[in-house]
Design a protein around this ligand. Structure first.
Ligand SMILES: Nc1ncnc2c1ncn2[C@@H]1O[C@H](COP(=O)(O)OP(=O)(O)OP(=O)(O)O)[C@@H](O)[C@H]1O
Length: 274
């Protein structure tokens, strides 16, 4: 890991609502290094998605600055791929086409401006096939989103983002809708891909075990309104990480307890008082 790749300084986000201004986030300061895996965790409604959307460039902050590779984040960009909670596939395209579209945009002749090269149709097809196979969707490649389950749609969304090999992968509870076994399989795949591609990842999760398994650092947000970074936990478990071995590791349990303690002891009181 080297240098600050994503820098968030003094960020606040206020929304106009029918009842007046609502301050979702305040004074968020966070730097993410290149190749680092950071998870954002906190109670429902604290502002995790709001922060991720700011990094994605989908919204602009009310106050403060966000930088990616020393450049102000002024909108979405191909170096920052987003996997949303609710997939967001194009319903008239097949699963293959949904993934291919993104692959073509980054690696195809259509976009030489990225300097990523212009691969042949056969190479783009091979990339698309490989990533669909990785998420276990080869058999569903020619189906449209309306013909597959919610979990399968989510896997297409993950495949689409991963296939683009983005520098930054922004994930908003990408595994939330999946059954436990598929979720575990995709978490393991994600760890392997990130190790191979050296992607920088910022991921929103509600799942303490997922956070500890995947993260270099866990950013714990306080309860809203006006949520901010409450605590940052560095998870220095060695990699590669094996979930079966970790389950018995006292070191792992120590991190797990630290997050649970933050969420259910310290932040639980604030929630009741709000
Ligand atoms: N466009 C908006 N207009 C008004 N309020 C908003 C808007 N977007 C988010 N909020 C409010 O900001 C707060 C943070 O929302 P956000 O979706 O970021 O939370 P979250 O931590 O991602 O929640 P969850 O874990 O339930 O997905 C919430 O109180 C939400 O109601």
């Amino acid at each position: 890991m080297n240098g600050n790749y994503i820098e968030i300084s003094g960020v606040a986000q206020t929304f106009k609502t029918r009842k007046g201004l609502f301050c979702a986030l305040q004074n968020i300061n966070l730097a993410v290094s290149k190749g680092e895996f950071v998870t954002l965790i906190g109670h429902s409604g604290c502002g995790k998605s709001t922060l991720l959307n700011l990094i994605a460039g989908l919204t602009v902050p009310t106050q403060g600055h966000l930088l990616c590779a020393n450049r102000e984040i002024a909108g979405p960009g191909p170096e920052r791929a987003v996997v949303f909670q609710n997939h967001s596939l194009l319903p008239w395209l097949t699963c293959f086409e949904n993934v291919y579209l993104g692959v073509e945009r980054v690696f195809g002749a259509a976009n030489r401006s990225t300097g990523a090269g212009s691969e042949s149709k056969a190479q783009l097809t091979a990339r698309t096939d490989a990533v669909l196979a990785m998420v276990g969707l080869s058999a569903a490649a020619q189906k449209r989103p309306g013909e597959i389950s919610g979990g399968m749609k989510q896997r297409v969304g993950i495949a689409r983002a991963l296939a683009m090999e983005p520098k930054v992968l922004l994930m908003d509870e990408p595994f939330g809708a999946l059954d436990a076994l598929t979720r575990a399989k995709l978490q393991d795949e994600l760890l392997e891909i990130v190790a191979r591609t050296h992607s920088t990842v910022v991921m929103v999760t509600h799942d303490v075990d997922e956070a500890v398994l995947l993260s270099d650092r866990i950013v714990m947000l306080t309860n809203g309104p006006a949520a901010t970074v409450g605590e940052v936990l560095r998870v220095d478990l060695p990699r590669p990480r094996q979930r079966v071995e970790l389950a018995e590791s006292t070191h792992y349990l120590h991190f797990r307890k630290a997050v649970i303690d933050f969420l259910y002891t310290r932040q639980a009181h604030v929630e009741k008082a709000a």
